[in-house]
Design a binder for this molecule. Structure first.
Ligand code: SF4
Ligand code: SF4
Length: 138
């Protein structure tokens, strides 16, 4: 994570119809959950957007646009960028099971665009207990 200074958080479009995204943002602010590896005192940049709806293909278009803007406007290279797929995409949770298009999303981000990817954002203690108990499958 040392050379990363631009963090993109991709969230489930369907879940975001009712979720403000607060818990993702708060997890980043607190550097908790899947953000715990980032230093607190740095001037990290963040950008939040949704996958655009099933099948998630808009993720590729949005990231392509972002990478072009970052390079042209600020000289930021894609090696400085890391993508987090929100926990509501990557884990069984209160809203729904794991995204049925998770592998496709990972292919778009990692294979097609060559970006580093981390699965998850906020990690809820309650949900982790339910995962351990088997109520949540992943
Ligand atoms: S992980 Fe939680 S806070 Fe983040 S978008 Fe999904 S439901 Fe909303
Ligand atoms: S592709 Fe996955 S993350 Fe995107 S809207 Fe559909 S279920 Fe949600």
């Amino acid at each position: 994570m040392e050379n990363k200074n631009y963090i993109v958080i991709v969230q489930c479009h369907i879940v975001k119809e009712r979720c403000s995204g607060y818990f993702c943002e708060a997890a980043f602010d607190q550097r908790s959950g899947e953000f715990s590896a980032y230093p607190k005192d740095s001037s990290l940049r963040t950008l939040y957007f949704t996958c655009g709806g099933c099948c998630g293909r808009a993720t590729h278009r949005k990231l392509t646009n972002l990478l072009r803007c970052l390079k042209r406007k600020e000289g930021i290279e894609k090696e400085q960028v890391v993508v987090h797929l929100s926990t509501c995409i990557t884990k069984d949770n209160f809203h729904a099971p794991v995204c049925p298009n998770l592998d496709y999303l990972k292919t778009l981000v990692q294979e097609k665009l060559g970006l580093d990817l981390i699965e998850g954002t906020k990690v809820s203690e309650k949900s982790e207990k339910l995962r351990k108990s088997g109520k949540y499958k992943k």
